[in-house]
Ligand binder design. Structure first.
Ligand code: PLP
Length: 392
């Protein structure tokens, strides 16, 4: 089986966790602080606040942006459910926007603008697969309408917009990162809020640990003897083992992304000769992306699921990123308009294996399996619809 993703830890990274285990301090403490400083420097952000997951990061970012009961926040329909769930945790309503199209799965700023109402508080942009959403246009739009821009940067540590500039996750009110195990920088479960805004940082720092005025580590060091609770907070703390692993993995992040980009470039060359699939994004976008996943769009939506089955039989694991949010049972009703481009992407997208140490021979197997399986399905009497009919 060629897996969708695979994790390899170096001895140095394992040793960093072992050292944390032996240190006698397991929950949020000095290693978390060290990682936060290193990640803030890496991003070029004023503040980086580590939390227990990307979902927790989104929740706190939404709360810090003032999203509350009765409000609306605009979220893309093609994303992991956590993006929309975070809005609901705040008592607000996620309003789903369409994506740009089959070649760019980011949120469509024009559609976002049409969805703004007096209740709208924030726009949450997702940098799908590590490729930048149009943050400049979204930031200008949010400024014009007095809205917060939250970046769901779960897929995109170290990525930038194709036009260059600051790293993704640092442009809006706050950026939310995920360190879930399959992510570009993973530790199992973990997340982080990045922001340049001192008030947002103070809020997130406080609420991640029950809004207590001092933490266990402060008290352990004798910096405080008691605490007050200044608001409704959560246990969204990261522990020291994960912080140690993240800090040990951070120096290799750029090389890992470089390896991902090389593999994606090669996929794009190989897939250019495969009839019936379209590869989203442009070659130049790859150089700015963190290349979290390798999406391809199967031109005929009818063939996507049978193709996945054939690939599975041939030992190639695939996935779908993502089902459209408003087609999930608990999120019906979150679409105020039709979302044809998201609905099409949810039926055509296929995610291929991608990880920094994916070998060329395994990559060849993936592409050949795709080519042959698709050819056999098309020959079996379900010819792909003409591209123009299915692709926007
Ligand atoms: C786009 C997106 N947002 C948010 C999350 C949530 O991150 P976590 O799993 O760390 O809670 C994920 C994680 O898979 C994601 O892909």
């Amino acid at each position: 089986m060629i897996p969708l993703f695979d994790i390899r830890l170096s001895e140095r990274e394992v040793a960093a966790v072992e050292e944390a285990l032996r240190s006698g301090w397991l929950t949020m403490g000095p290693r978390t602080e060290t990682f936060e400083r290193a990640f803030a420097d890496h991003l070029g952000a004023r503040h980086a606040i580590a939390v227990s997951s990307g979902t927790a990061a989104l929740h706190l970012a939404c709360l810090a942006a003032g999203v509350g009961p009765g409000d609306e926040a605009i979220v893309p329909a093609i994303t992991f459910v956590a993006t929309a769930a975070a809005v609901r945790y705040c008592g607000a309503r996620p309003v789903l926007a369409d994506i740009v199209g089959q070649r760019d799965l980011g949120i469509d700023p024009d559609h976002v603008e049409g969805l703004i109402t007096p209740r709208t508080r924030a726009v949450v942009a997702v940098h799908y697969g590590g490729y930048a959403a149009d943050v400049e246009t979204l930031a200008a739009l949010c400024e014009r309408h007095g809205l917060a821009l939250i970046e769901d940067a779960a897929h995109s540590p170290s990525a930038t917009p194709a036009s260059g500039g600051r790293k993704l996750g640092t442009r809006g009110t706050a950026g939310a990162f995920s360190f879930f195990s399959n992510k570009v920088l993973g530790c199992g479960e973990g997340g982080l809020v990045a922001t340049d805004d001192d008030d947002v940082a103070r809020f997130v720092r406080s609420r991640r640990s029950h809004a207590m005025t001092s933490g266990t580590w402060d008290r352990h060091r004798g910096h405080a003897s008691g605490y007050d609770v200044a608001g409704l907070g959560f246990n969204y703390r990261l522990d020291e083992l994960r912080a140690a692993l993240l800090h040990a993995r951070l120096p290799a992040l750029e090389d890992d992304i470089g390896a991902r980009r090389r593999i994606v470039r090669r996929y794009r060359e190989l897939l250019a000769g495969v009839p019936g699939v379209t590869v989203p994004y442009r070659d130049e976008d790859v150089e700015h992306s963190s290349c979290y996943v390798m999406p391809v769009m199967v031109d005929d939506p009818e063939l996507r699921d049978p193709l996945r089955e054939l690939l599975q039989e041939r030992g190639v694991q695939t996935s779908v990123l993502y089902p459209a949010i408003h087609e999930l049972s608990a999120y019906r009703g979150c679409a105020r308009t039709r979302l044809p481009r998201s609905e099409l992407a949810a039926r055509t997208e296929l995610t291929l294996p991608l990880y920094p140490h994916l070998s060329q021979s395994d990559q060849d197997v993936v592409v050949e399996s795709l080519r042959e399986s698709l050819a056999s399905l098309r020959a079996a009497g379900r010819p792909a619809a003409p591209r123009d009919a299915t692709l926007t």
